[in-house]
Design a binder for this molecule. Structure first.
Ligand SMILES: Cc1cc2nc3c(=O)[nH]c(=O)nc-3n(C[C@H](O)[C@H](O)[C@H](O)COP(=O)(O)OP(=O)(O)OC[C@H]3O[C@@H](n4cnc5c(N)ncnc54)[C@H](O)[C@@H]3O)c2cc1C
Length: 469
């Protein structure tokens, strides 16, 4: 192991340098000592936070106010309830919605993230513009800013590569140590009074994915390779309850050729998705997550997003989209016969799909066959198409937590000193893939880590007061 391992007890061990870094920074700002451990030397490029599109919701943020957008935690909770058909944990949804605006403001002011509000298109399910992001719209930038702050903050040490493999607990059940292991198998116990499991979910564990998420098990996994379910296993070993293990974020727009993200902004600007044969198969605007399983069910589990020059230009602010273009994953054609030839789609089916889009967007058709109501503008030549496959991005079920990220046991009581965030905790997307709203991966990742640190700093202050009284 390299890094600055400590002999004396630390206040908090954060396992996982993704969203967990928000908790590390918040705890250090409250005067707590923190050790961050991560087994991935490439975590700045390899974990989910770094791979993400960096969209973070904030309901009622100052950017929204400046843009004249009225929003509130209650409105956000209502959007979550609508998208999940009322199946998301209401208490956790309310807690995360409540802190979402303070969180994004803290990320800008205290963590140095150059955030702005996304107003150039609407993500499915959000009734107002409430997603905040960084320049380039990429998680590697978000994580880099967070990491730079962590490195310059007093009171935070990093131990990498080191994997948390267990926690130790005292006679009263409280956390007393974090057991970490280096790649050579050397183990040590770091004395601590709290551990934050920020190890993400189990997307990289094929066996767990097959057991809990059979509908997406054959799809590409496009997330961090260290998301092996460690936090889940550790928590369960200590009597925690698991919740929503069947929940996940899928994505239907992974470019087959370059394995880069095409992005759903294409769709929201008017693109359509057709299957291998050139046929549309649903209302794409319901959401990219559930569309992954829909695409997986089509012949050969592949399809095409069809766009045009206007949509191409509108999507260029996304690093992922630019990388997809640069990788040569788009095929261009001046007319639909050529496009059909280049994609291998049936020409008649492809023409019918494009004609339908044009009729809807141009206002000459009454109703889309799949109920889609929004197509922005008719697609115009030259056309482009990018072949897509379904992907699993991350799992949304995990250890049951409360709004302070405290890990809960079967009887609802917390395991003292044990916290979980992000993919290690249960999320707010209900069951399956359909409840996922853009931003509701990073919100529990950053937000629960932040909440854990806040809760811990309160108990710390209380304990200190007690000691000195
Ligand atoms: C392409 C893509 C785009 C996305 N876009 C968005 C978006 O725009 N908005 C959004 O909200 N969500 C998005 N998501 C989802 C989002 O990335 C995740 O929900 C979120 O980043 C999870 O954060 P995390 O902290 O739980 O996990 P991670 O960021 O993956 O961090 C977990 C860390 O824990 C480490 N670790 C694993 N096991 C151990 C162990 N035993 N001990 C110590 N450390 C360990 C890992 O190495 C890793 O560094 C996207 C996902 C993908 C794949």
């Amino acid at each position: 192991m390299s890094g600055d391992a400590q002999e004396a007890a630390v206040d908090l061990v954060v396992a996982g340098a993704g969203g967990g870094l928000a908790g590390a920074l918040r705890a250090a700002q409250a005067g707590l000592s923190v050790l961050v451990v991560d087994p991935d030397e490439q975590f700045l490029r390899g974990n989910n936070t770094s791979m993400s599109t960096a969209m973070v919701p904030g309901a009622g943020s100052r950017w929204q106010r400046e843009a004249g957008i009225e929003d509130s935690p209650e409105r956000f909770v209502a959007d979550i309830a609508a998208k999940t058909h009322g199946t998301a944990d209401p208490a956790l949804a309310a807690a995360l919605a409540r802190i979402s605006a303070p969180l994004v403001e803290w990320l800008a002011d205290e963590a140095g993230l150059p955030l702005s509000l996304v107003t150039d298109f609407a993500y499915p399910g959000h009734s107002v513009h409430r997603l905040h992001t960084v320049e380039g719209r990429h998680g590697s930038t978000l994580l880099r800013h967070l990491y730079d702050r962590v490195r310059s903050a007093p009171g935070i040490d990093l131990l990498v590569p080191a994997r948390l493999i267990d926690v130790e607990r005292g006679a009263g059940g409280e956390v007393t140590g974090a057991v970490v292991e280096d790649p050579g198998g050397h183990r040590e116990t770091i004395p601590t009074r709290a551990v934050l499991l920020a190890t993400n979910g189990y997307g990289a564990d094929r066996e767990l994915v097959a057991r809990h998420l059979p509908e997406i098990a054959a799809a590409d996994y496009h997330g961090g390779q260290f998301s092996r379910g460690d936090g889940l296993r550790i928590g369960l070993r200590h009597g925690a309850r698991a919740a929503y293990l069947d929940a996940y974020q899928g994505h239907a727009a992974l470019a087959r050729r370059s394995r880069t993200l095409v992005g759903w902004a294409t769709i929201m600007h008017g693109a359509i998705m057709v299957d291998r044969d050139g046929r549309r198969f649903g209302d794409e605007t319901t959401g990219y997550s559930e569309y992954a399983a829909a695409l997986a069910a089509r012949p050969e589990a592949r399809g095409w997003i069809v766009l045009d020059r206007r949509i191409h230009d509108l999507c260029l602010p996304f690093t992922d989209f630019r990388q997809t273009v640069d990788a040569g994953a788009l095929v261009w054609a001046d007319d639909l016969d050529t496009l059909a030839r280049r994609t291998g789609c049936d020409p008649a089916a492809l023409k019918e799909s494009i004609a339908g889009q044009a009729a809807q967007a141009g206002g000459s058709a009454d109703r889309d066959a799949f109920g889609r109501t929004f197509f922005e503008e008719p697609l115009r030549a030259p056309y482009a198409a990018v072949e897509v496959i379904p992907a699993l991005f991350h799992t949304q079920g995990g250890l049951a937590v409360d709004g302070d990220a405290r890990v809960l046991t079967e009887d609802g009581s917390p395991v003292p000193g044990l916290f979980a965030s992000g993919g290690a905790a249960h999320g707010i997307s209900g069951h399956g893939a359909g409840g996922y709203l853009a931003g509701n991966g990073l919100l529990p990742a950053l937000g629960l880590a932040w909440q854990a640190a806040t809760a811990l700093s309160h108990t710390h202050t209380h304990a200190e007061r007690h000691e000195h009284s």
